[in-house]
Design a protein around this ligand. Structure first.
Ligand code: AP5
Ligand code: MG
Ligand code: ZN
Length: 218
């Protein structure tokens, strides 16, 4: 199997994280989620975490000067070189997309595909508000659409499930509007390069993944 270098670009709640777990399992790539990296920095109380938190709580983008740096550092590590990668939630605006071009050129990497999982806004809001995440292993659940076997407890590791701070209706609405003004224009940018893979995200998790696999091939 050829090493894959992928981006996933859907709106908040589309299922990027959920499908990332499947993609990592099937293709053995490194999962690089800028949102997860910021949440871990917040948990560890670092200066970057404090800065990121002030933006994330409002559903705004963290400044590019911070975000581009952490992606650049991460992509340069050996595991990304050997296993390929899935960037989840980066780039999110045109400046980040240009910065990514420069980083990839320096590392001599080409992208294989940009996965766009699309879902209507009203459905996205419900997915976001009902999401639960494992504090221990990061697995993602939904109180209605993807229930854990025991309420509040992770199926895989027994960890406690929690609600992300930015998963309120108000913040979710702002995240969706930031997505449509700043991130959605990138779809044309990658479509123009023949990299865009469009997936209907309003289907069962397994069906969404089957469609992704179909399009990406071996
Ligand atoms: P980030 O963590 O990336 O959040 P997001 O883009 O808002 O996306 P989500 O994680 O909310 O959704 P998802 O698509 O991963 O959906 P999931 O699989 O969990 O970013 C958070 C913040 O960090 C940003 O607002 C920003 O402040 C900052 N940030 C991050 N990257 C940045 C960058 N590049 N530049 C600047 N700032 C940045 O699924 C959602 C729910 O739906 C779950 O409950 C799941 O169980 C359920 N679900 C999933 N699939 C299905 C399905 N097919 N059917 C039914 N339910 C489903
Ligand atoms: Mg996510
Ligand atoms: Zn867990």
């Amino acid at each position: 199997m050829k090493t894959k270098r992928l981006l996933s670009m859907g709106p908040p709640g589309a299922g990027k994280g959920t499908q990332a777990a499947n993609i990592v399992e099937a293709y053995g790539v490194c999962h690089i989620s800028t949102g997860d990296m910021f949440r871990s920095a917040i948990k560890n109380g670092t200066a970057m975490g404090k800065l990121a938190q002030s933006y994330m709580e409002k559903g705004e983008l963290v400044p590019d000067s911070v975000t581009v740096g952490i992606v650049k550092e991460r992509l340069a590590l050996d595991d990304c070189k050997n296993q390929g990668f899935l960037l989840d939630g980066f780039p999110r605006n045109l400046d980040q997309a240009h910065a990514l071009d420069t980083i990839l050129a320096e590392l001599n990497y080409n992208l294989d595909a940009v996965i766009d999982v699309s879902v209507e806004n009203e459905i996205l809001i419900n997915r976001i508000i009902g999401r639960r995440i494992c504090r221990n292993c990061g697995a993602t659940y939904h109180i209605e659409f993807n229930k854990p076997k025991t309420e509040g407890v992770c199926d895989s590791c027994g960890g406690e499930l929690y609600v992300r701070k930015d998963d309120t209706r108000e913040t979710a609405e702002n995240r969706l509007s930031v997505y449509s003004s700043q991130t959605q224009p990138l779809l044309d940018f990658y479509k123009g390069r023949g990299l865009l893979v469009s997936i209907n995200g309003d289907q069962a998790v397994e069906k969404v993944f089957a469609d992704i696999k179909n399009q990406l091939g071996e």
